[in-house]
Design a protein around this ligand. Structure first.
Ligand code: B12
Length: 299
């Protein structure tokens, strides 16, 4: 398939002038021309541009990204459907070894091999299981605090790179406020939710972990989101976390949809959860209704 520059610009989210400047200054993608001189990009050209964009999101300069795509041919990972994700499991193991050895450069090199993988697959088959395994390693005394902090920090950074690549400037975008309650510092669940919503075009106001209820409430009143998403991981006294949700609800009114998930969400005191509050045990469904549909009701 061949595409004109206007189409490619929309496909990869890079302005036309930038594409032309990259071609002239760095020779990264040099498309064919039609008889009348219009640029015609191939699928391979588009893939290269996506790779460059992602390298730039990961912090490389355009000159460095250009060198990488010219000197290191496209990643050699098999497509997930070809090997049932076994290739990703191996890559994850290698990533873990690098991170436990504090080898950031090695981990960064490995991650460039994910460029052709969808964000969801990166999340579900690489970064979240990696964070989970590292956390478990720490819990079982096999991973030191320093290793856990280093590896979790790196994984967190990768998720932020995705979130920033997905950032929307559309004025009509729906907004979600994401947070975990005071005292709960488990971040990967809420980050996963934020990225999934960003993939659906939502604008994410990411407050992060350990956020007091009054801070969440005042943010909601200020940004007027269409959804609030909270992740609850630690099972503590049900009153503490249910009280956190209730305090937000009392400040923002009954109509604001609040979606609560995470491994300890089911322990909340439901009698304290009033208004449009729903508990989702997983990212897939809310009380049996597919998450996408539940969100669509809020849309
Ligand atoms: C990684 C981890 C850590 C890391 C966190 C790093 C970080 N920056 O996030 C570190 C090492 C720092 C840590 C610390 C602690 N941890 Co910890 N940790 C884990 C571990 C291994 C994995 C959690 C994780 O990140 N999973 C990956 C994410 C993506 O999965 P998830 O949270 O389940 O989320 C998924 C779904 O639930 C859902 N989801 C989540 N949120 C939401 C929200 C919405 C709206 C929706 C729709 C869906 C949804 O989507 C996600 C993707 O599928 C778990 C083990 C376990 N079995 O969960 C223990 C675990 C959660 N930790 C535990 C404990 C006890 C602690 C500590 C108290 C330990 C200590 N002694 O200090 C501290 C507490 C820190 C704090 N104040 O919060 C316990 C909690 C037990 C309990 N009864 O509450 C667990 C279960 C381990 C255990 N078996 O004992 N932990």
């Amino acid at each position: 398939m061949r595409y004109l520059i206007k189409t490619v610009s929309k496909m990869v989210g890079i302005p036309k002038n930038t594409l032309i400047a990259w071609e002239r200054r760095h020779g990264v993608v040099e498309p064919d021309r039609t008889e009348s001189g219009y640029r015609r990009y191939s699928d391979e050209d588009v893939r290269t541009l996506v790779r460059i964009k992602e390298l730039i999101s990961a912090g490389y300069r355009i000159s460095e990204a250009a060198e990488i795509v010219q000197t290191q041919p496209s990643p050699s990972l098999p497509a997930p459907e070809e090997d049932g994700f076994a290739g990703l499991e191996r890559l994850r193991d290698s990533l873990k070894q690098c991170l436990l050895a504090f080898d950031r450069a090695g981990a960064d090199r490995l991650v460039t091999r994910l460029v052709d993988l969808s964000f969801i697959d990166r999340l579900d088959h690489v970064f979240l299981p990696l964070a989970h395994e590292i956390g478990l390693g720490w819990e079982h005394g096999k991973v030191s605090i320093a290793q856990e902090h280093f590896a979790s920090g790196w994984a967190r950074e990768q998720l932020f790179v995705m979130m920033s690549a997905l950032r929307t400037t559309r004025e009509s975008a729906l907004t979600v406020v994401c947070a975990t309650p005071s005292g709960d510092r488990h971040e990967f669940g809420i980050l996963a939710v934020a990225i999934r919503l960003a993939l659906r075009g939502w604008q994410v106001v990411y407050l992060g972990v350990d956020v007091p209820s009054e801070e969440v409430a005042s943010t909601i009143l200020q940004v007027k989101p269409q959804l609030v998403a909270a992740s609850i991981v630690l099972d503590r006294d049900a009153d503490i976390v249910s009280g956190w949700v209730k305090a937000i609800r009392d400040s923002v009114g009954a109509d604001m949809p609040i979606l609560i998930g995470g491994r300890a969400a089911c322990l909340l005191d439901k009698s304290l959860l009033t208004g449009r509050t729903a508990i989702a045990g997983s990212l897939d469904s809310v009380d049996g209704v597919p998450l996408q549909e539940w969100i669509a009701q809020a849309e």
